[in-house]
Every structure is written in C-alpha cells, then in structure tokens.
Design a protein around this ligand. Structure first.
Ligand SMILES: Cc1ncc(COP(=O)(O)O)c(C=O)c1O
Length: 387
C-alpha cells in the first residue's frame, strides 16, 4: 500500500464505536481527530449505517452524476440548501474536499470571466494541482515548490489583514477563504474582517468562496461557520463530515450561477462518482441525526469543557478554539512528537496540524458525552505530566 506520511501512526483499527476506536487486541483509543473532522455523528452511528445498507441494497452507482434522478442526492441537496445562509439554493456534488475546491475555482472564473484567484496565507484547501495552488505562501511554498508550475494568476493575502483586502480588485475572479483556518492550527477570524472581506468582494465583483470543508456540519457550534459569523458567501465548499463518514464533497451556490456549467461549454465539470447515492444517503442520515438529537447545540458547551480542563495544565501555553475544534499550544514541536507517543500509550489518538506542529488537535466526534470528556481530560493531564 502506498503511503505519503513519513511517520504514520501505525495503529491498526479493528472496529470503531462512538468516540472510540479499538485495536485488534481490543485496546481502546479516544478519537480526538475524528478522521480530521469527518466523524461528527460518532463512529458506527446506527442511523447512518442503516441508511448506507438500505441505499446499497436499493442501488449504488448507476450513471455519471447528474444524468439520472437519484432521490438521496435530490433530498440531501434540498436540505442543505435550506440550511445554508442566504440564497445559496443549489448544491453540486463531488467526491472530496479538493474536488469541491477545484469546482469552486472554475465556477468563479467561469462566472466572472476573470482569471485571478486569491487565497489566504497558511490556508489548506487540498492536494490536487488547483487546490494546492491555493495553499497560501510562504508557509505553503515548502509543500508546493516541487510541483510547480501550478495555477497561474494566484496570489495570497494575510488572513485578518484589513490592509491586504486592497489587493482584491476588479481583476479578481474569486477569493477562497476558510472561515476558521484549520491546518494553520485553528486561527479564528476577526468578525469585522470577515465582514470587510465580504464587502470588498461585493464592491469589486469578485466571488467570495468559503471553504467550510472542516468547519461545516456543526464543528464550530453552528451548522455552518458562515452562519455563525453572519456572512453570506457566493460559493461554499463542503466535504469531510458532509458525507457522514463516506466520501462526498459539495459546492453550493445560487442555481443561476451553477447553471453556468451547463453551457459554453456544457459539462463544465464532470464527475463519475460525485454524489454517489450511498454517500448522499449517509450524509443525509448524518444531517438528520445532528438535527434530531440537537447535537450542534451541545458543541459550544463541550468545547468549553475541554478548554477549561486542559488549559489548567502548566505545560499548556494557549488554547485556540472554535466549537469542538481546538488547538492546544505547547510551544515546542519536540513536546508534540513525544506527546503523540505517550497519548498512544494512554489510549488517545490526536495529531498536530499541517502548518503548526507545536499544538495538538482536539476535534472529537460531536457526539462525545460530557462523562467521556471528563475521562479524556484526565488522560490528557496524565500524558502531559509525563512530558
Ligand atoms: C479546510 C480544508 N479544505 C480542503 C481540504 C481537502 O479535503 P480532501 O482531503 O477531502 O481533499 C481539507 C482537508 O484537510 C481541509 O481541511
């Protein structure tokens, strides 16, 4: 099996349930990664499993996405459009986060007739050529250099910089921005800056594209982080928890804008497996689970519990948090590497961030119980004591 990680975690998974996964020897691990913000409804969620089983039995892949009427797609798109802010009334399904970003960039170019694309420094949007082009320099340069040439006419500006908004002009097709920067180590937006970003894009006719791939589906304490900040983007990219544990991505915009892909040229984006009916059935079941069990409403309280308990340890310098997405800053990467080993011993699975290896991640399934949080925080303290 090919791998790109030089230091894989190498824990074999035999089964996963709720907030935990288990090794073949039945060792239990608290899952503080949740597949990088994927398993929001908990591992082995009954309702999701049943939806997958039912849809797999009814039909799986039948035709390239968009040609047939497939109920799981239609119903899921309708529900998501109802929940998204503003008049984003249409969802185009793809396979992954990176593919959603590719579609969003193409749509911004197609709709505006412009070519310049702008991203934020320390952004992560995926690993395909287009998405990788949007990794903001200078941090992204280390990851991009060997793969150049990438997309032309791309530049990056500083997240939260009012001054840099001037660089968004009448030449700009789209501005791609995570609402909360995840892989930069959980960097929160200044709400006033987000508002100014929206205004600047409107002023110059550039499309504002929010990457809600990591922040969507309840992670930050609202179904979508854009709604939490009251900002309406022109395009939203979704993936990760959007598929309820199955591979699924989506691009939401106004139907009138997405319809640009139907002409000049037609088939502006083609995807064989995008919107796979089993993945859409899983995503829809996960969404219904979040709503019917008021899971999103509990996120802020649970995140605050982690923050309050973990911040008490003297080795913790700072916690950056949005809902149940936390970066626990220790200030030294040597600490992190050692801590990951100790975590494994005590039964915790965590990780650091792509651009921040001095902080560890707490992003468990949103269904984690308060008793589990207490127990997990005790284990985190024990591990930090051993550093
Ligand atoms: C904010 C953000 N955008 C895009 C992606 C890429 O998603 P995928 O790995 O599904 O291509 C990620 C993955 O970590 C992400 O965190």
């Amino acid at each position: 099996m090919g791998q790109t990680s030089p230091a894989p975690m190498m824990v074999e998974v035999a089964r996963a349930e709720g907030s935990f996964f288990y090794s073949p020897e039945n060792k239990r691990y608290f899952d503080l990664v949740a597949g990088v913000s994927v398993s929001n409804v908990g591992h082995g969620n009954r309702e999701v499993v049943e939806a997958v089983q039912k849809q797999a039995a009814d039909y799986m892949h039948v035709m390239v996405y968009g040609e047939m009427v497939e109920r799981p797609q239609v119903e899921y798109a309708r529900r998501i459009a109802e929940l998204l802010p503003g008049d984003l009334d249409c969802v185009y399904f793809v396979n992954s986060g990176a593919e959603a970003v590719e579609v969003a960039l193409k749509l911004a170019k197609r709709h505006t007739g412009r070519t310049e694309l702008i991203s934020m420094r320390r952004a992560y949007h995926g690993s395909t050529h287009g998405a990788m082009s949007m990794m903001g320099t200078p941090e992204g340069e280390e990851w991009k250099a060997e793969f150049r040439p990438l997309l032309p006419d791309v530049k990056s500006i500083n997240f939260n910089s009012f001054e840099d908004l001037e660089q968004i002009t009448e030449r700009t097709a789209g501005v791609l921005c995570e609402v909360v920067q995840g892989e930069a180590g959980v960097r929160l937006p200044n709400p006033e800056w987000l508002k100014a970003l929206r205004e600047r894009c409107t002023e110059v006719g550039a499309m504002l594209i929010f990457d809600e791939i990591q922040t969507g589906m309840g992670r930050t304490g609202a179904m979508f982080a854009s709604a939490k900040y009251g900002i309406e983007p022109d395009i939203v990219c979704l993936a990760k928890a959007f598929g309820g544990g199955m591979p699924l991505g989506g691009v939401a915009s106004k139907k009138q804008i997405l319809d640009d892909f139907t002409h000049n040229p037609c088939l502006g984006h083609i995807t064989t497996f995008g919107g796979h009916p089993v993945c859409c059935a899983a995503g829809l079941a996960a969404l219904n689970y979040l709503i019917n069990n008021n899971i999103v409403e509990q996120v802020e309280r649970k995140g605050a519990m982690f923050e309050e308990r973990v911040s008490k340890h003297s080795k913790v310098l700072e916690i950056r948090r949005s809902g149940l997405l936390l970066a626990v800053e220790l200030g030294k990467s040597e600490y992190l590497y050692r801590l990951m080993e100790i975590f494994k011993e005590v039964g915790i699975m965590s990780d650091w961030f792509l651009y921040c290896d001095t902080a560890f991640r707490i992003s468990p399934p949103l269904t984690i119980s308060e008793a589990e949080i207490e127990e997990c925080c005790t284990l985190i303290h024990e591990a930090l004591d051993r550093l």
